[in-house]
Design a protein around this ligand. Structure first.
Ligand SMILES: *Cc1c(COP(=O)(O)O)cnc(C)c1O
Length: 269
């Protein structure tokens, strides 16, 4: 919003009530508290009276920046891995798009999904399975990368994850699970486009064995079901597998992280 100083020396705002209206909508969309449009406009007018002598503001690349490192203790999400997360898949919402910044760790990527995650929670789903496009490509699960384990033939498994095509955050855990998965016997690792249709089909053929999310926060989070909005609920037998891959991968990762095995991935401080 701009203020204009007229030749009569008075300052005018151009349709400020429309800006107030829009800002209120943006606040709601990012789960920020609401405010009184009238009150805020009155405050802005007062500020203009006080600061009417000031200069310009623009959007430009930063000229100075401060790099902060913030630390805090965290609790382990992965207590015993006997609880699986249930996801809501609703194609109306997306977290990233081609040409966007979804493949970078940027704060704006966390603001946009807040309200959708809130809505999912209200419906009883702790997290969201993000889809993209007409063909409902599966991209990520909440703020985790997502993996599916499919049965290829007896005793042979395929570990599938969406490719790094610009929609997906290149997770350190994603890369590690891909590399560890390749070392597991009779497991083929595929980075390929995987749609909701593929998922529904694999499930109906009984070939969908496991699903899990990966990321530093949760390590490996087993997924128990995916509710495909207005279509179906896909139950995933992740927890009832005899020797699930997600457990094996979690074990391998934590062995490295806690120093139970020596590995070049663990950088001693
Ligand atoms: C951080 C993040 C991940 C996981 O990345 P890791 O490096 O494995 O922790 C996955 N998806 C999104 C959207 C993220 O922000």
């Amino acid at each position: 919003m701009k203020a204009f100083r007229g030749s009569d020396g008075r300052v005018r705002l151009f349709r400020p009530e429309l800006n107030m209206e829009r800002m209120l909508g943006s606040a709601e969309r990012t789960c920020l508290p609401a405010f009184s449009k009238r009150e805020l406009l009155a405050c802005i007018k007062e500020l203009l009276r006080v600061d009417r002598a000031w200069g310009t503001l623009g959007v430009d690349r930063p000229r100075d920046a401060l790099l902060f490192v913030i630390m805090s203790p965290v609790q382990s999400y992965f207590e015993d891995a006997t609880t699986a997360v249930h996801l809501l898949a609703d194609g109306r919402y997306i977290r990233s798009s081609y040409g966007g910044v979804g493949d970078h760790k940027m704060a704006c990527n966390y603001a946009a999904p807040l309200r959708i995650q809130e809505e999912a929670k209200k419906l009883g789903y702790p997290s969201v399975l993000w889809l993209h496009g007409e063909d409902a490509r599966i991209t990520e699960a909440g703020t985790m990368n997502v993996f599916f384990v499919l049965e290829l033939s007896k005793g042979e498994r395929e570990l599938v994850t969406p490719p790094l095509d610009g929609l997906i955050l290149p997770g350190v855990y994603r890369q590690s699970v891909i590399e560890l998965g390749s070392a597991v016997a009779n497991c083929k690792v595929s980075e390929r486009v995987f749609t909701m249709q593929d998922l529904v089909k694999a499930s109906s053929q009984g070939r969908l064995l496991e699903a899990f999310g990966t990321g530093t926060a949760a390590s490996i989070a087993p997924i128990g079901s995916i509710h495909y909005k207005d279509r179906c609920t896909i139950e995933i037998p992740t927890l009832s597998q005899k020797a699930p891959l997600y457990r094996q991968l979690h074990q391998s990762l934590s062995d490295i992280q806690f120093g139970r095995v020596a590995h070049e991935w663990a950088d001693i401080v």
